[in-house]
Ligand binder design. Sequence first.
Ligand code: GTP
Ligand code: MG
Ligand code: ZN
Length: 330
Amino acid sequence: MQNTDISITEETSFPTGGRVIRNTGSHYVVKLENGKEITCKIKGNFRIKGIRTTNPVSVGDIVGVSAPGPDGVAFINEILPRTNYIIRRSSNLSKEAHIIASNVDLAALVVTLVHPQTATTFIDRFLATAEAYDVPAALIINKVDLLSGEEDAEYLEAFSYLYSSIGYKVIPVSARSGKGLDVLREYLRGKITLLSGNSGVGKSTLINALIPGLKLRTGDISEAHDTGMHTTTFSELFELPGENGGSIIDTPGVRGFGTVDFDRQNVAHYFPELFKVSASCRFNNCTHTNEPGCAVLEAVREQRIAHSRYNSYLSILEELKEDEKYRKGY
Ligand SMILES: Nc1nc2c(ncn2[C@@H]2O[C@H](COP(=O)(O)OP(=O)(O)OP(=O)(O)O)[C@@H](O)[C@H]2O)c(=O)[nH]1
Ligand SMILES: [Mg+2]
Ligand SMILES: [Zn+2]
C-alpha cells in the first residue's frame, strides 16, 4: 500500500488539480500536479446525467482541489470532463451504477481458466461494456502455471483464439511463475490500465509481480466455492516502474457485470464479430433471435460465431427485456 502520511507544505499553492489515485468510499486520495498526495472529500453535486452512481468521483478522474482545512483534508470541487469511463451495475435490477475507473487507455480483464474459472458471459459483458463506452479492451489470462497436459494446452489455445480472432489482445501469464510478464509489461507501457475481474483471479498478485517492493494484500481461494475472498476493498492506481512504464489500477473483484444504459437495438454493435456479419441479415432491424434470413444465426450454426458469444448476446438482450418490464411495473 502506498504511503498515506501526507504533508502539504507551502510549496503547494491552492486551488490546484490532480488525479484521483485512491477511492476508499469515505475519502479520496489525489496526486497533485507537483507529485504530492492529498486526502480529499467531495463538495458539490457531481453526477453523470441520468445515471445514479454510487461513486460520483472515481479513480482516474482529473479533479480540481481546494486548499486543505486544519485537519489536512481538502475538497474536490471540480471534475474535468472524462475522456472515457467503465461503469457497471452489481446486478441486473440494481438501479445504482458504479464507475470502476475513468480516463483509461486500456480496460484489461483478468480471467482464469481454473481456480476460479471465469464465466464467458461475464467476460463478454465486460468486453461489450468496453465497446459501448469506447475503451480499448484486452484479456489477461492468469494462472497458466496451473494448466498442464495436452487437454489444458488445447483449451488455452482455443480460448485465446476465440478472443484474439475477434480482435482483442489476449495475454496469457502467470503471476506466480513470471511467465508472460515481459510481454504484459511491454503491452502496458505508457498506458493507464484498469484491471478488473472476479475475486481471486490474481489482480493484486499480478500488480505485486509488476511492481517490485509493492506488497498488496492478496487472498486465498475458498476451497468450498472455488472463488476469491474479496480481498481488495478499494480501487487504487499505481505507477509501473521504468521510464514511461504506465500505470495500473487495482480494483475490488466483482461477481457480475450488469450493463448500464444499453439500448436493445445497439447490443449487437458491442459484439464486433456479430455486428460485422449482421450487415448481411435480410432485415435491417433484425434482432438475430429468430428472423428468416438472419446472417448471424447462420454464422452461429456454421460456428463462424462462437456459441458462447452468441449466448452472451442473448443474455444481455434478455436482461434488457426484464429491465423494461421492471421499469414499466409489470
Ligand atoms: N497458481 C497461481 N496462483 C495465483 C496466481 N496469481 C495469483 N494466484 C493466487 O490466487 C489467489 C488470489 O489472488 P489475489 O491477487 O488476491 O486475487 P485478486 O484478483 O486480487 O482478488 P480480489 O482482491 O479478491 O478481487 C492468491 O492465493 C494468489 O496467490 C498465479 O499466477 N498462479
Ligand atoms: Mg485484489
Ligand atoms: Zn440477424
